[in-house]
Design a protein around this ligand. Structure first.
Ligand SMILES: [Ca+2]
Ligand SMILES: [Ca+2]
Length: 260
């Protein structure tokens, strides 16, 4: 009987692992020299390359008076987006920021965002990595900010750097579980632990089931020499863990039925 129980557990684990593996919703490791057509480009200032650092998508910020949508004397920046259906998923990305310059020149901020569909769809979760002068917060010249369209989440302020800020690698996750959004970030090279986390639950009915994820950057009061850029190692979407647990339970039920 004990052996059978162990067998059931082993089979369940195998099936769960299989389900998890098969259940990757989307994945791009940026191994191809051309961008997959699943991505949509909204043209503007800035550029992307899959050959500058093979295996990575490099987004180079145009820091000379650019903004997300343009206007007020700024030029619209380039965005890379992808539509995503459903309300149970985890978006994962490994990214190396190389924004380089520090105070007082070349202000650059880059965004990793999930928003409701449409150009101005409500922002559901966003992480902003910014380097340079921050008009709103003089000490905030080297920051990671969590926010959405409704509220600002935590802002992590790193020491002001007298020289160019060295490249830093982050592992980012944005999880949607119905109305709840959870943003997590790790910058200590251990992707299994998150040094920063922020949760926000939207009112029922606020969010539709569809969304886009998007990244872009912009800057102001700066030149583009030297350039600042972001290297994405991968971006993937997997089912939200509760969904996976249910898949596991489903596997167990199947095994039990087979035994019965
Ligand atoms: Ca960590
Ligand atoms: Ca890669």
């Amino acid at each position: 009987m004990k052996k059978l129980s162990i067998l059931v557990v082993v089979v369940m684990l195998l099936l769960t692992a299989g389900a998890a593996n098969a259940a990757v919703i989307f994945e791009d490791n940026f191994d191809s020299p051309t961008l997959s057509p699943e991505w949509l480009i909204s043209p503007g200032a800035g550029s992307y390359s899959l050959t500058a650092n093979p295996g990575y998508l490099r987004y180079t910020v145009d820091a000379y008076l650019t903004s997300r949508t343009g206007g007020s004397g700024t030029t619209k920046s380039l965005w890379v987006t992808r539509p995503l259906d459903g309300d149970q998923w985890v978006l994962q990305a490994a990214v190396t920021y190389n924004l380089r310059p520090s105070w007082p020149t070349n202000n650059r901020c880059t965004y990793f965002t999930v928003r409701q569909p449409g150009v101005d769809g409500a922002w559901m979760a966003s992480m902003e990595r910014g380097i340079g002068v921050d008009d709103d917060n003089p000490s905030g010249t080297n920051t990671m900010q969590f926010f959405n369209s409704v509220v600002n989440g935590p802002r992590v302020i790193f020491p002001r750097s007298p020289g160019p800020v060295p490249p830093d690698r982050w592992y980012l996750q944005i999880e949607r579980n119905g109305n709840q959004m959870i943003s997590r970030a790790s910058n200590d090279a251990d992707d299994s632990t998150f040094e920063y986390q922020w949760e926000y639950t939207f009112p029922a009915g606020y969010l539709t089931n569809n969304q886009d994820f998007e990244f872009y950057g912009y800057g102001w009061r700066g030149s583009n020499n030297p350039p600042g850029y972001v290297d994405f190692d991968f971006i993937r979407v997997v089912p939200e863990p509760t969904t996976l647990a249910l898949l596991g339970l489903g596997s167990l039920a199947l095994v039990r039925r087979r035994r019965g």
